[in-house]
Design a protein around this ligand. Structure first.
Ligand code: 13P
Length: 340
């Protein structure tokens, strides 16, 4: 393993206020989002949409890398250039989602374990050949009355660590994503407790598998109330709790932390990140964003699958990325938001 290659990639992804653009929705998930807006769910539409997202002029000022799905990494832009080559030529590091999805965990109703380790070494080699320099694996932890169980937390942490070790062996930076879902009526205390246990278990497993922490990017959820909680915590509390939890559980050696948005709306996700930087200007790791929905939402709505709207949609994504890049340095102001 060449640690320098890994730390160079990590720096390109998350340093100087840059974040990561997650456009790695599986085909069924992407189709579901298109369907909701009446956009035809064709391969060509998925290709066109992903191209408009990565082709904004100056996007790399705010975005260090973008995570692709298997279909996209094999596609070409309208000008016939492979997506990874196109992105790399514009200063955006190509990444790839390599898990094969969260499946029911045997014996544990309502809980999921992420699969995809079988054959992963060969798939990583192929993706590296295509130009991928980082990868993503998402584990899902569900909060309920009886969950998460120890079985679920440990199975997912173990799989994340084995995935991360395989990535580093292949010279690919692993994004380690243990997502505690926002779904449910739980309060912020419960999210805090579950997130802390999840992170502690993940770092224990990463240590057991000899994963070099300088060569990973952690992609956690924020510590936040469940979406159905009756009295959801405000932005200051989310920022304070999240930072406290990360400081308790994430070793300073970690190359970077890039949050998922997990169902937060666009402005909320930007504001939370900004507040964290205003609270603490001396964090041990780069702290930034790796949003999917919170970066894409307005671009997708504006595009509508219509060629006439491509420029406006691209500009909407660029603007959202710019605001998040400001937030990643504690320099965002809500009055910069345009009324939608
Ligand atoms: P969201 O920001 O929409 O949660 O997506 C991030 C991601 O990559 C989920 O795996």
């Amino acid at each position: 393993m060449d640690l320098q290659t890994l730390t160079d990639t990590t720096a390109a992804l998350v340093e100087q206020g840059r974040g990561i653009l997650a456009i790695d929705e599986s085909t069924p998930t992407c189709n579901k989002r298109f369907d909701a807006l009446g956009i035809p769910t064709t391969e060509e539409n998925r290709r066109t949409y992903r191209e408009l997202l990565v082709s904004g002029e100056g996007l790399s000022d705010h975005i260090g890398g973008a995570i692709l799905f298997d279909e996209t990494i094999r596609q070409t832009t309208g000008d016939g250039e492979a997506f990874p080559d196109f992105m790399a030529s514009r200063g955006i590091v190509p990444g790839i989602k390599v898990d094969t999805g969260a499946k029911p965990l045997a014996g544990h109703p309502g809980e999921l374990v992420t699969e995809g380790l079988d054959g992963l070494r060969d798939r990583l080699d192929e993706y590296r050949e295509m130009g991928a320099r980082f990868a993503k694996w998402r584990a899902v932890i569900t909060i309920g009355d009886e969950t998460p169980t120890r079985a679920c937390t440990e199975a997912n942490a173990h799989a994340l660590a084995r995935y991360a070790a395989l990535c580093q062996e292949a010279g690919i930076v692993p994004i380690v994503e243990p997502e505690v879902l926002m779904d449910g009526a739980h309060g912020i205390d419960r999210c805090h407790e579950v997130t802390a246990t999840t992170l502690a278990t993940v770092f224990e497993q990463l240590h057991t598998q000899d994963v070099r922490l300088e060569g990973i990017v952690l992609k956690p959820n924020m510590v936040i109330s469940g979406l159905l909680h009756e009295d959801r915590a405000g932005p200051d509390e989310v920022a304070e709790r999240t930072l406290a939890c990360l400081r308790d559980c994430v070793p300073a050696a970690v190359g970077g932390i890039a949050f998922l948005s997990g169902g937060q709306d666009d402005v909320e996700a930007t504001e939370h990140l900004d507040l964290m930087h205003r609270l603490d200007g001396d964090l041990p790791w780069p702290l930034t964003f790796s949003y999917g929905r919170a970066l894409q939402r307005s671009a997708l709505r504006i595009w509508q699958g219509r060629p006439d709207n491509v420029d406006d949609a691209r500009n909407a994504l660029l603007e959202r990325a710019r605001l998040n890049s400001l937030a990643a340095r504690g320099r965002y102001h809500a009055d910069a938001e345009q009324p939608v």
